[in-house]
Design a protein around this ligand. Structure first.
Ligand SMILES: [Zn+2]
Length: 529
């Protein structure tokens, strides 16, 4: 009976945790933990074929029969062919089907094993081999979200992060940059050059990269102990150094306000990328036309640098919780801009974001964490970016600046170089604030929509009465609401707590106001009906 009860309890706990975590469909191997990747890659000028060797250090918690890596197999033109798999220097069995390289480790109790995979092929995606807008041949890693498997055998999911080393052999006329610190640059004597970069911090495959083309590069500054550099096309040299120069100021802001930076360097790279910017750990890619010489991408740079803390260092453990990356980068870019340009900038950005959220919701009435999404390419949306950002803005208002920032710093300290779920963030904010934030996270993250408010006010005998009605029928939201009474240009603001579908708010006022405004300072995501 006890045993049966235990089973039921375990089953119940499992179901509850599934509900809380809303896990995506990637098959996780809980017995194996990748510690380190070394990728030896040979690139050339004649073909787009790459020759690769991956050396992978794995820690096994249990004896396992097999161990899987993601790698897109060759079919017609594109994909990778595997020519050998070794455990230490012993050949081991493997199968390679459905883009999974299944390795059969030797049967011994060794917990740390090193596998070597030899492979070659032409990547269709992930490593973009093309010419720059100035016609120079170029190779750029562009992995997000799960394109690393097109060129790097790996556990291509952010739940398993590892340190990484790239050893790139390429014709000597190329300048080579990659994730990590440069530790070797050697002419090999036959027209080839070996360049090696090593990142000791654990990184997810979605944010590792290389950049190989002709670059102009410059050390912009050193912020505390981190070197900040710009890598741009030689044709864009001065404009690029100028546009990317703001990165030093942004980096200092985030170190000072959130916590220590996690990576070996901060390079800002003009690149061929399918994104506007891609937050690759310590080696950020910005779209080719980001360089104009007019400082037009400060917001983008702030977004990608914010990701170094949120998404790269504290990484979502599950694609359905990607708002911990994108919502945070969205809001922390706004916070940086608020610190430089003032609160009007915050309001301006949030007003624009609100318009997008309302328009998106009309077509996609779904919550921020949406367990129905199975394809990581589809997790990027106005919900995970703009609405995620707005949720942080509301959390800041609910807790006040002091507790909000304390909570953010505590959360980052705890999860630096680790993985997180929404519940982990909630827990940290609860511990710091002493508040139960269950209904806050439930209604804003796991429930669709926002309050749709119909309201009116009347003035009678020294009292302003505001009737507020939440017209949406699926959920009654609870929130603090600022109400502004405006008379002759003077504004009096009161905060009221709304927790019911209808609410009458009475505010004393000696004379009839000129007008009444709901949420004058943009602290509540709602739609006026
Ligand atoms: Zn982003």
């Amino acid at each position: 009976m006890l045993k049966f009860l235990n089973t039921v309890l375990i089953l119940l706990m499992f179901m509850v945790s599934q509900f809380i975590y809303c896990q995506d469909t990637y098959h996780r191997n809980t017995s194996a933990d990748i510690q380190h990747y070394t990728f030896n890659l040979s690139l050339n000028d004649d073909t787009n074929e790459i020759i690769g060797e991956a050396i992978i250090n794995v820690h096994f918690n249990n004896q396992v029969n097999e161990f899987n890596l993601d790698l897109i197999a060759k079919s017609e033109t594109f994909g990778m062919e595997v020519t050998g798999v070794f455990e230490d220097s012993t050949i081991v069995d493997y199968t390679y089907e459905a883009n999974k390289l299944k390795i059969i480790p030797t049967k011994d109790a060794t917990k740390q094993k090193i596998f070597t995979i030899q492979y070659h092929g032409i990547p269709e995606r992930g490593l973009v081999i093309d010419t720059t807008k100035f016609g120079q041949r170029s190779f750029f890693g562009d992995n997000w979200p799960n394109l690393a498997r097109h060129w790097l055998p790996s556990v291509d999911h952010p739940y398993d992060k590892a340190s990484i080393e790239f050893r790139i052999t390429a014709p000597a006329h190329y300048d080579v940059i990659a994730t990590g610190e440069k530790i070797e640059e050697s002419n090999l004597g036959n027209g080839l050059k070996l360049t090696t970069y090593k990142e000791p911090a654990p990184v997810a495959m979605k944010v590792v990269t290389i950049g190989v083309t002709e670059f102009a590069s410059k050390l912009l500054d050193q912020v505390y102990d981190t070197q900040v550099s710009a890598w741009v096309y030689p044709e864009n040299r001065l404009d690029g150094f100028s546009d990317y120069g703001v990165a030093t100021k942004v980096l200092k802001y985030f170190i000072d306000s959130v916590g220590p930076y996690s990576y070996a360097k901060l390079a800002n790279m003009q690149a061929k990328t399918q994104w506007g910017g891609l937050e690759n750990a310590g080696t950020i890619s910005y779209f080719e036309n980001s360089v104009t010489g007019k400082n037009e991408v400060e917001g983008l740079i702030a977004h990608e640098i914010a990701h170094q803390w949120f998404g790269n260092s504290a990484t979502e453990n599950d694609w359905n919780h990607v708002w911990l990356s994108e919502g945070f980068a969205t809001y922390f870019a706004i916070l940086y801009q608020e610190s430089v340009y003032g609160d009007e900038k915050r309001k301006e950005e949030l007003a624009l974001d609100r318009q997008e959220i309302l328009a998106y919701y009309k077509k996609n009435p779904s919550p921020i964490v949406d367990a129905s999404i199975k394809d990581p390419m589809k997790v990027l949306s106005t919900n995970t970016y703009q609405k995620g950002g707005w949720v942080l803005n509301m959390l800041r208002h609910k807790l006040g600046d002091k507790l909000f920032w304390k909570g953010i710093r505590t959360y980052y300290t705890r999860y630096q170089n680790a993985n997180v779920m929404t519940i982990d963030f909630q827990n940290e904010m609860e511990i710091v604030s002493g508040q139960n934030l269950d209904s806050f996270f439930q209604q804003w993250i796991f429930t669709k929509g926002y309050p749709e408010i119909k309201w009116e006010w009347i003035y009678k005998k020294g009292k302003v009465t505001i009737e507020i009605l939440q017209v949406q029928d699926f959920h009654t939201f609870q929130f603090p609401l600022e109400v502004a009474i405006v008379k002759n240009g003077a504004i009096k603001i009161e905060t009221v707590l709304i927790s019911t579908k209808t609410k009458s708010v009475v505010i004393e006022s000696e004379t009839k106001p000129d007008t009444v405004i709901l949420d004058p300072n943009l602290w509540l995501l709602f739609e006026e009906k």
